[in-house]
Design a binder for this molecule. Sequence first.
Ligand SMILES: C[S@@+](CC[C@H](N)C(=O)[O-])C[C@H]1O[C@@H](n2cnc3c(N)ncnc32)[C@H](O)[C@@H]1O
Length: 284
Amino acid sequence: MSEVSPENRLNELSAQEWLRFTKTWFIHNPPPRKKAELLHPAKYPEKMIEEFVRFFTKEGGIVFDPFLGTGSTLVACHNSNRNGIGIELQEKYAKIARERLQKLESQLKLDEQGSKLKAKQVILRGNSAELEKYWKEYNLPLVDLVITSPPYGPMLNKKGLVAKEREEEGLDLKYSDDANDLGNAAGYDDFLEKLMRIFVQMKPLIKEEGHLVVILQNYMDKGEYKMLAWDFAREMTKYFQLRGERVWCQDNKTLYPYGYRYSFVPNVHHHYCLIFRKRKVEND
Ligand SMILES: C[S@@+](CC[C@H](N)C(=O)[O-])C[C@H]1O[C@@H](n2cnc3c(N)ncnc32)[C@H](O)[C@@H]1O
């Protein structure tokens, strides 16, 4: 393995590892999910998130996920010795996150190496629309990195072929009926506005030159292609600097014959990992 440059301000990667990460697309096929995690409709793979965490922070850095779900971000933080803070609206998912972390932490205690790892993971059950309140109440620190996948619009309420399969297996089709759940926004514009409000409120909680990685997808909704990733990126540039994107391609998903014989309907098997940075000098 090559040397880590002492002048590297951002992370602890070698030159080769750094370079490899800058390619704007990658294929990551998530491994099959564990039984408890299957309940959640849209978990992302912790191994993939760990790569982002290792690029945008150093050991001991502070990472935040405002839509924690089953806690994958904090698992990535635990495995890379970063401190993590996560907020999840639904107790059923926060519970899965707590159990995953407890299991990892108890394994550590049995491991001699474990005593060297000091990073802490904090799981809060709450509404990310009230971030300021939690930061004050729990005296939380400024963060180096925000990494998250928000609900992908009101899209989970759609009934499609995938939804039918999940329904048959008794798994959740949507996160909840909670009015604070972004996935239950009245429509696309309402969803985007609520999502943006959360990111704007988050800005003072991020260190200067800290990064945000937001994973989103464009999607087809009732015959109309919603440009969620692009619309969100454009809105975000009013508050943060867009640094670019990494396109996460999945190459092991079932192809469904949507539109076959009459119209092009994409099987969207890629996500945008949108990368933003909080500027050093603020003019707003
Ligand atoms: C795409 S999932 C995140 C999945 C997560 N990355 C994982 O690996 O499990 C989005 C999550 O946001 C949660 N959520 C929706 N609205 C929220 C809100 N206002 N505050 C906090 N969490 C919210 C949902 O319950 C859902 O678990």
